[in-house]
Ligand binder design. Structure first.
Ligand code: HEC
Length: 165
């Protein structure tokens, strides 16, 4: 046993160094790399948030006073014709007669409605009536555009309204 022990202690200093280095360095490198990784992740997060916040603050500070919301800078709003509005919005119900909408061009469907008069038709088209949604569901249509669409549809159904300009 003691012989064996002696043999064990016969390791040279070089071996000890190699063993220590060999045993310690890889775990140390591993720990070092993990720490680096964690730090870099943390860093990138903190930095990103800080950068964004900073960019926002700066943009806020340097933005011109009296900002305007410009939807389309170069195109003044063009009033759509009745036909354009119809094709963009109203056709989805009034061509097929969906939800019992009076069909486009069908004089039977439109006769009684037209006899209510232009003002009433327009009021119902703008405010909606029963299954007919206000402005056909297109809230961005102006009154004039809805009026023109009503005229376009009613005239196709036998009315003789004049297109409001
Ligand atoms: C979601 C389907 C739908 C769309 C889209 C739609 N309508 Fe209608 N509309 C209806 C229905 C349904 C009726 C019948 C309502 C009733 O009398 O019960 C109707 C009725 C009307 C009437 C007759 C109202 C009256 O007093 O008799 C007018 C006018 C009309 N729509 C105009 C329009 C115009 C203009 C548009 C497009 C801007 C449009 N509608 C888009 C469903 C629609």
């Amino acid at each position: 046993m003691s012989e064996h022990h002696e043999e064990m202690t016969k390791t040279t200093p070089m071996q000890v160094v190699f063993a220590s280095v060999g045993g310690l360095v890889p775990p140390l490198i591993a720990i070092f790399l993990i720490v680096q990784l964690v730090l870099s992740i943390q860093h990138s997060h903190v930095n990103k948030e800080a950068d964004e916040a900073l960019a926002k603050t700066v943009a806020e500070r340097i933005k011109p006073v009296g900002e305007m919301k410009v939807v389309d800078a170069n195109a003044p709003k063009v009033v759509k014709s009745g036909e354009e509005v119809f094709k963009a919005v109203c056709t989805s119900c009034h061509t097929s007669g969906a939800l019992n909408a009076p069909k486009f061009g069908n004089k039977g469907d439109w006769g009684k409605r037209v006899s209510q008069g232009y003002e009433t038709l327009v009021k119902h088209a703008i405010e909606g009536i029963r299954a007919m949604p206000a402005r056909g569901g297109a809230a961005d249509l102006s009154d004039l555009e809805v009026q023109r669409a009503v005229v376009y549809m009613a005239n196709a159904g036998g009315a003789k309204f004049t297109d409001p300009k």
